[in-house]
Design a protein around this ligand. Structure first.
Ligand code: HAM
Length: 452
């Protein structure tokens, strides 16, 4: 037997044995974003191609080489999103978010599509967690989103991550820098790739992040933007650093960070890990004060970042961070004989209504085979129900770890026994949530000087 086709190169299937890790990362990221006041924004997976051509920039690698673009039945050019920022700007104007209370704080998680050469940490379908903050031009906003990124990574148990920051100035101070770059690269025209030769005139900064080996060497010695930024941009950058210092967030100024997308202005930053090989950027972002206007919206300052979920998982695994394992299922009811099947199905329904993960046989297997299954799946308790149990109205619940058996009433006892053991996942979660809530409200009362 052979499948008619296989998964597309650069895409991944995530099986239940791994998916709980992704769920943990996603949940932790959302919870952290929530603490900073960010609400989830969902946008379509595909957009009109021009959104990315204009937004990301038509001289970027992403637009020139990596987009999945197709023509739909109506003859329109559509593209699978290579990133979220352009979509989030479009949606925030189209849905009027930016006409409400500012700053707008939006976060997202979802798939992105880039036709890059697949390798460890680089996929054609990957997933990003990101945040975007609109309507705040002050440097505190830059520091705030950076702090959010650091908090999410810390909350995930990532201990070693370096934050690298830079300023790439504004359109005004960049003109002079562009001239310096053109002058430098004109001396190296023979050594750079053909794409870079083409984009040198229009967008010389794009040559700095070209992935071609020949271009990387030349880029290493190119003039640095920090030597060219204007006083306003320098003051802004200094304030960002002051706020990061105040929050105790370590960073390194790396003058070679320019980011691979065209919309950035002033602050840019990356979260870098030394534990995952060549694709070391776990996340990146920056300020992009011109993008709203470029896309036809009102002038709106903006700052944000995105992180690759797959890369976060790689770093966590490399650093031995813990992924809380999913709860083991509570109880397996093993029917013996036709009459018991219906009873077990009815009991499962009742148990699930109460929040217990309960299963029964769906294959007509022997009790021995069922027990093997229950053991393999990690059930905490099992209970065999056959004709004699139905007749006597009594069953025995077996603890799969200790082998200990508890005799109880078939009609009412299973539920009671599980409650006695304190197994209900729903109840446990509820209790934990209530503890957290009372802790938080105590802290709040203390802060407010509330004596009650
Ligand atoms: P980006 O640097 O292109 O920025 O992507 C952000 C993160 O997505 C990267 O640091 C990396 O972790 C992950 N990533 C990118 N490409 C791949 C890939 N092929 N395979 C696996 N992971 C990948 C942006 O996308 C901007 N929109 C970030 C932003 C938001 N700037 C402002 N707001």
């Amino acid at each position: 037997m052979a499948l008619i086709t296989q998964a597309i190169k650069g895409t991944q299937d995530v099986t239940p044995a791994e998916s709980y890790k992704f769920r943990f990362i996603e949940q932790t990221c959302f919870e952290t974003a929530h603490l900073f006041g960010f609400g989830e924004l969902r946008t379509p997976v595909f957009e009109h191609t021009e959104l990315f051509e204009r937004g990301v920039g038509d001289t970027t690698d992403v637009v020139q080489k990596e987009m999945y673009t197709f023509t739909d039945k109506g003859g329109r050019s559509l593209t699978l999103r290579p990133e979220f920022t352009a979509s989030a700007v479009r949606a925030s104007v189209e849905r009027g978010l930016i006409y409400d209370a500012l700053p707008v704080k939006a976060c997202y998680i979802g798939g992105c599509y880039r036709s890059e050469k697949p390798q460890a940490g680089r996929y054609r379908e990957f997933h990003q967690f990101g945040v975007e903050l609109y309507g705040a031009a002050a440097p505190a906003a830059d520091a705030e989103v950076i702090a959010l990124g650091m908090s999410a990574l810390t909350e995930l148990g990532i201990k070693k991550i370096s934050l690298e920051i830079n300023s790439i100035g504004c359109p005004e101070c960049r003109a002079q820098y562009h001239n310096a770059l053109r002058e430098y690269y004109n001396q190296h025209l023979d050594s750079i790739c053909d794409t870079c030769k083409e984009r040198l005139e229009r967008n010389p900064m794009r040559l700095l992040d070209c992935k071609a080996e020949c271009c990387k060497e030349i880029a290493a010695n190119a003039p640095r933007i920090l030597d060219y930024i204007c006083d306003d941009c320098r003051t802004h950058f200094n304030s960002v650093k002051t706020y990061l210092d105040a929050m105790g967030i370590d960073y390194k100024v790396n003058p070679s960070i320019v980011r691979g997308l065209d919309y950035y202005t002033r602050t840019v930053f990356e979260f870098i890990s030394g534990d995952i090989g060549a694709q070391a950027a776990v996340g990146g972002g920056g300020r992009y004060d011109s993008l709203f206007r470029l896309l036809g919206g009102p002038d709106t300052p903006a700052v944000g970042f995105a992180m690759g979920i797959e890369r976060i998982k790689m770093v966590m695994e490399a650093q031995g961070a813990e992924f809380p394992e999913p709860e083991r299922p509570s109880i397996y009811l093993a029917p013996m004989g036709e009459a018991a099947i219906a009873r077990c199905m009815a009991l499962c329904r009742q148990l699930r209504d109460e929040g217990f993960a309960a299963e029964t046989d769906l294959n007509g297997r022997s009790v021995k085979a069922q027990m093997k299954y229950a053991d393999k799946r990690g059930f905490r308790y099992t209970c065999v129900i056959g004709d004699s149990e139905l007749e006597s109205g009594m069953v025995r619940i077996k603890n799969m770890e200790t082998g200990e058996q508890t005799e109880t009433n078939l009609a009412t006892g299973i539920l009671e026994t599980l409650y006695d053991i304190g197994l209900s996942a729903t109840l446990d979660n509820l209790n934990a949530a209530m503890e957290g809530f009372s802790g938080a409200s105590d802290a709040l009362s203390a802060l407010l000087g509330d004596d009650d």
